[in-house]
Design a protein around this ligand. Structure first.
Ligand code: TPP
Ligand code: MG
Length: 623
């Protein structure tokens, strides 16, 4: 967004200014947060933000949680936001505190998560002088925020905070930075509280017109093979119910992006699960058609079955992890693209019918139209084709030669091949034991893809993962945030050993703050996803992807159990399949944070797999 001018329709305009008693700038900020309904802030103090912490100690409404690393705090705020559906708030001091927030801000930007990042800044007189802990945070974050503010006048605080929440939470949500110089925190003024804000040039309330929506219904009537391809927009737009109604009344099959997992119940007969690089073969075929697997990327593509002739792309952005080679993605289909953010339209893939709209509005209106004039098309042949594809290539795994011959078998299993724990079964079992009801967070890597494949998601805000940015270290802090947001839910971080180690310090936050988020580590002693690419494209040559101790490969390294215990967090390790179920149950039964370290072979690959930038004719899947 460009620089904004604000029109305040404050109480003043109605003749009754809402003026508070004189307070410090820091106190005005905290009061402004309270007025936005903030109940939790993840904040790590320092010289430029301690005034704000002093003010927070006086708040009766806001719980301040001290993370052990600002990145952990910011990921926790994101987890809170994703699980709760309202802005998460994190705070850090200037300089290194602020720069430690950058990864999460970038993550929130990529995945459209409402995040308020507050930072202390050096006093105004010191700005630009390179003083202790000065970083131009406004500048640093400029390309990765929806909007940002540097407070320069104490009287602006109420308006800025109100605008920040408004911008972060409306339209396509995103991160907003508020940088707050220390001298203004220490000034005093009487706050004037705005009633409501509008930001000139910013209109998040976009609604499709009926002509365009009618055209969609016409296209459905004309099509033989329609597919709904839906994403995170359905979740952030709170449109799941409308989507379910629309899919059921039209009988159009639904595939989601990773961001859209949970937007449509995956156990539903119309669900194709998620699509893309590691998505189901049948979702990818339904969108782009089935092709013979070609031996080389230069061979011609040989089509076996037609894919979608109509793609309803709702709240998605045609990410490359979904499309592969974008020209070949749904090459023969008519594309309808609805997004609330006009800049997504025609960005990655041209749409035949582009519509800028709030997705809940559009779906609700479509449902009304369909109620009055039901869709007559039945798509019987199409449903039969999809059933055949589901039977031909379900998600599946088996004990492979690679696993049986692996170092893992020699080092840890003592030849007991029946006892090896494949990562997929851990998640399947977790699904069974939790009745599919848990909120799942993840790190980034193979475990993330398996967590998305082998747990079936049934409600929105159930699967929280760093999708667009792919930030390792996201899982456990995000689980803390989600557990704070939803204390009555079982919240489990399905993590990798590499990813978990990146924010392991947050076990302290979990213990001290009594946040019972669980960490289930699929510990393959490797950066497994990179290993998979090494195996496929670099003849298995290992380029710094082993995480264990090369001098003692029999030892599991590092020792997460000892580490967890040092944080006073109960922990357990499982090596053999016979022990898995009971150990998972103990983890679930714990009312404390808990670490379950499950040792798995590093030789397993995530399938299906469409190599980056390639096509549906290059998809490898388990036969
Ligand atoms: C912060 C960060 N650094 C590097 C990467 C690149 N990367 C993607 S997956 C992966 C391996 C992750 O290993 P682990 O967490 O153990 O998960 P696994 O694949 O073994 O399940 C790496 C290094 C990343 N995504 N994020
Ligand atoms: Mg690993």
């Amino acid at each position: 967004m460009s620089k904004t001018t604000t029109e305040l329709k404050s109480a003043t305009a109605r003749g009754r200014p809402d003026v508070g008693p004189a307070m410090l700038g820091s106190e005005i900020l905290v009061t402004a947060l309270e007025r936005e309904g903030v109940d939790t802030i993840f904040a790590y103090p320092g010289g430029a933000s301690m005034e704000l912490h002093q003010a927070l100690t006086k708040s009766k409404k806001i719980r301040t949680i001290l993370p052990r690393h600002e990145q952990g705090g910011a990921f926790a705020a994101e987890g809170y936001a994703r699980a709760r559906g309202k802005a998460g708030v994190c705070m850090a001091t200037s300089g290194p505190g602020a720069t430690n927030l950058v990864t999460a801000i970038a993550d929130a930007y990529m995945d459209s998560i409402p995040l308020i990042a507050l930072t202390g800044q050096v006093p105004q007189a010191m700005i630009g002088k390179g003083g202790f802990q000065e970083t131009d945070f406004f500048g640093v974050t400029l390309p990765i925020v929806k909007h940002s503010y540097l407070i320069t006048d104490i009287n602006d605080i109420p308006r800025i905070v109100k605008e920040a929440f408004y911008i972060a939470q409306t339209g396509r949500p995103g991160p907003v930075v508020i940088d707050f110089p220390k001298n203004i925190q220490q000034q005093k003024a009487q706050p004037v509280w705005p009633g409501e804000v509008t930001v000139r040039g910013y209109n998040p309330d976009r609604k499709a017109d009926d002509v365009a929506l009618n055209e969609i219904i016409g296209l459905i009537e004309k099509s033989d093979r329609p597919v709904l391809y839906v994403g995170g927009g359905i979740i952030s737009g709170n449109a799941s119910e409308e989507l379910l109604k629309f899919a059921e009344s039209t009988q159009i099959p639904v595939t989601t992006t990773i961001m859209g997992v949970g937007a449509f119940p995956e156990s539903h007969p119309l669900s194709l699960r998620w699509l893309g690089m590691h998505g189901t073969a049948y979702a990818n075929w339904a969108v782009s058609g089935e092709f013979e697997l070609r031996k080389s990327f230069n061979d011609p593509m040989v089509k076996l079955k037609e894919g979608a002739d109509l793609l309803l792309a709702f709240g998605v952005r045609f990410d490359d992890r979904v499309t592969g080679k974008v020209e070949k993605f749904c090459e023969t289909g008519t594309i309808v693209h609805i997004d609330v953010d006009a800049s997504e339209i025609n960005k990655n893939k041209p749409a035949n019918l582009p519509i800028v709209s709030d997705i809940r509005y559009a779906l609700a209106r479509l449902n009304e139209m369909i109620r009055k004039r039901p869709v007559r098309k039945k798509f019987t042949a199409w449903h039969q084709q999809i059933t055949a594809w589901k039977e031909k290539a379900p998600l599946r795994y088996r004990l492979t030669e690679e696993v049986l011959k692996s170092q893992h078998m020699r080092d840890h299993m003592g030849g007991k091949s029946g006892e090896v724990i494949l990562p997929q079964i851990v998640i399947e079992m977790l699904y069974e034991l939790t009745g599919g009801d848990a909120i799942i967070t993840t790190g980034v890597g193979q475990h993330q893809m398996w967590a998305a494949q082998w747990y079936q998601y049934k409600f929105p805000r159930q699967f929280l993962s760093s999708a667009g940015l792919g930030a390792m270290g996201y899982g456990y802090p995000a689980a803390l945030g989600a557990k704070v947001a939803c204390p009555d839910k079982q919240v489990i971080d399905i993590d990798g050993d590499g990813s978990f180690l990146m924010n392991v310090q947050e076990l302290a936050t979990a213990h001290i703050e009594k946040i019972a988020a669980k960490a289930l580590i699929l510990n393959n002693q490797h950066l497994g996803m990179v290993v998979q690419w090494e195996d496929r494209f670099y003849q298995g040559n290992r380029g710094h992807t082993y995480l264990g101790d090369p001098e003692n490969m029999k030892q599991v390294y590092p020792d997460f159990i000892a580490m967890a215990k040092s944080f006073n967090v109960p922990a357990e390790r499982v090596m053999f399949k016979r022990d898995l179920r009971a150990a998972l149950q103990r983890m679930l039964d714990s009312d404390e944070p808990y670490v379950l370290d499950v040792i798995t072979p590093y030789t397993e690959h995530v399938l299906p797999f469409i190599p980056a930038g390639r096509t549906i004719a290059d998809m490898i899947y388990q036969r």
